[in-house]
Design a protein around this ligand. Sequence first.
Ligand code: HEM
Length: 166
Amino acid sequence: MKPITFLLVAAPTALLASCTAPPAGTRVSDAEPGTVAYDRDVFQTLLGNHELIRREFREVDGGIESVTESDNAEVAALIQDHVAAMKVRIENGYRIRMWDPMFREIFDNADKIRMEVSNTPKGVKVREVSDDPYVARLIQAHAKVVSGFVERGGAESQLAHEPPPR
Ligand code: HEM
């Protein structure tokens, strides 16, 4: 099975064309990049290593700016991989975590969200904004949920999250 697995990594789908492939050694999934199964394996690994992650975000006009990093190089690479993959999902409306009202609402409004991501040496810097005042509050509420994932890991990801009132 090894050569087949390698081929999947070496030839990621067009869906992930804009994503950074994780460096050797950081692979945590046998699923094909761009699939729900792959994305789940990545974020489950992040949740399991949440104590190695630090994150700060601040509210700006229309949304948030955040920095999410780890001193562990493999975790840092997975943060970069996760956020690149989530940007592709937002830009294409490829939904995930639809049982959680917060995420359902994010994807219902994905066409009003602009996400700018730059990699830092240890993770990512994100600016995420919307011209729509409700979507701006939604982005800010979602950023608090991400901070909860970082603080509490799997315990937080089992919970459903309510979006802000309109
Ligand atoms: C410790 C675990 C996690 C970390 C460190 C993490 C990190 C991030 C970061 C940095 C962003 C960019 C937005 C921001 O900075 O506020 C983001 C967005 C996103 N994450 Fe995660 N995440 C984690 C867990 C999860 C889980 C469990 C899911 C479940 C599907 C998920 C789905 C998403 C989605 C859909 C977005 C794009 C939506 C948006 O930004 O509005 N993340 N994540």
